[in-house]
Ligand binder design. Structure first.
Ligand code: PEP
Ligand code: MG
Length: 298
C-alpha cells in the first residue's frame, strides 16, 4: 500500500474520464507543512490559524503572525494556502481572551463573532496575512458565517486594512476571499453569499453538529453523529449548485471530504476541492484516479 501511494506522488488528481479535483491538506501550524509536502498535496485548504493563539499567555503580535504565514507560504512555493481567520471560542480557549464561561459554547461567542465584535484582534491578523501575501499564493476564509451582513462587514474591514497598508507603503497582493459554510443558515442563503465571495469551503464537522443538533464533542452521541445523513448530503449538493451559479468554486474541508465512500458522489455533484489531513491526501488521490464517472454502479 505504501509503495502504491509512493507511486502516486507527482501524479494528477484526475478521474479516468478526465475530471480534475484539487486535493489540499489541513494544517494547524508551521510544523505541519513538512507532512503536506511529503504527501505531495496540491496546496493547503485549511490553515487553522487559531493554533497560533493557543497555548500562550498573550496575543500573538502582527509580526509573529506575519512570520508564521510567510514561512508557510514560502515553503509551499506558490501552491495555494488558505488561511482561516481565528476560530477561537467553544472547544478552543485561551485565557487572555477573557471569554466568559458559557452554557452553550458551540453556539456562543466564538470565531467571526469575536473578530467582528473586537475588530482590533481581527485587523492585526488581516494585516499579517496581507503583508505575507507577497510571499506566495494566499487566500483567506472566514469561519462560522451566518449572514450576508457579516460578510459585508468583513469586506469593509478588509478594505480599510488594505487602505491602511497602501498609505503606509506596505506592499500586498490581491487575496482570494472565501467563507466556510458550516451553519445551516449559510447553506440556506448560499445563493446570496456566493455573490459576495470567491469561494466556499464546507465545514462538515460543524455543519453536521448544527444540522443534526448533536454536540460533536459528546462521545455519548457518536452512535447518531452521522455525517452521511441525507440532510448533510443534500446541503452539500445545494451549496455546490448555489456556489457555482454565483461564480464561486466550492470545496470541503471537514472530515467528510476524506471519506473514500463519498468521493465519487462529491465528484458527480461538481465539487472542486477537498482538503484533508496530510496523511490522507494520497489515498484520496488514489480513489479519484480509480473513479470513472462514465460508469454508473448503482
Ligand atoms: C469544520 O467545522 O468542518 C471544520 C473544518 O472546522 P473545525 O473542525 O476546525 O471546526
Ligand atoms: Mg468548524
Amino acid at each position: 500500500k505504501k509503495k502504491l501511494q509512493q507511486e502516486l506522488k507527482g501524479k494528477e488528481s484526475i478521474t479516468k474520464d478526465g475530471k480534475k479535483i484539487d486535493i489540499f491538506a489541513n494544517i494547524g501550524g508551521v510544523s505541519d507543512v513538512a507532512s503536506v509536502l511529503q504527501n505531495d498535496s496540491g496546496g493547503i485548504g485549511l490553515f487553522r490559524s487559531e493554533f497560533l493563539y493557543l497555548g500562550r499567555d498573550t496575543f500573538p503580535s502582527e509580526d509573529e503572525q506575519f512570520q508564521a504565514y510567510k514561512t508557510v507560504l514560502e515553503n509551499m512555493a506558490g501552491k495555494k494556502v488558505i488561511i482561516r481567520t481565528l476560530d477561537i471560542g467553544a472547544d478552543k480557549q485561551a485565557d487572555y481572551f477573557e471569554l466568559d464561561k458559557e452554557e452553550n459554547p458551540a453556539m456562543g461567542y466564538r470565531a467571526i463573532r469575536i473578530c467582528l465584535n473586537q475588530p482590533d484582534i481581527f485587523r492585526t491578523q488581516l494585516r499579517a496575512i496581507y503583508r505575507a501575501s507577497i510571499y506566495g499564493n494566499v487566500a483567506i476564509m472566514y469561519p462560522m458565517i451566518i449572514s450576508v451582513d457579516e460578510v459585508k462587514k468583513i469586506k469593509e474591514i478588509v478594505q480599510s486594512v488594505k487602505d491602511e497598508l497602501t498609505k503606509q507603503g506596505i506592499p500586498f497582493n490581491n487575496v482570494e476571499q472565501g467563507i466556510m459554510i458550516e451553519t445551516p443558515a449559510a447553506v440556506m442563503i448560499s445563493d446570496l453569499l456566493a455573490k459576495e465571495v470567491d469561494f466556499f469551503s464546507i465545514g462538515t464537522n460543524d455543519l453536521t453538529q448544527y444540522t443534526l443538533a448533536i454536540d460533536r464533542q459528546n462521545p455519548k452521541l457518536d452512535f447518531i453523529y452521522d455525517p452521511h445523513h441525507p440532510a448533510i448530503l443534500r446541503m452539500i449538493q445545494m451549496v455546490i449548485e448555489n456556489g457555482h451559479k454565483g461564480g464561486c468554486w466550492v470545496g470541503i474541508c471537514g472530515e467528510l471530504g476524506a471519506d473514500l465512500t463519498l468521493i465519487e458522489e462529491f465528484l458527480r455533484m461538481g465539487l472542486d476541492e477537498v482538503s484533508v489531513s496530510p496523511n490522507l491526501v494520497l489515498s484520496v488521490r488514489e480513489k479519484v484516479r480509480n473513479t470513472d464517472l462514465r460508469v454508473t454502479n448503482n
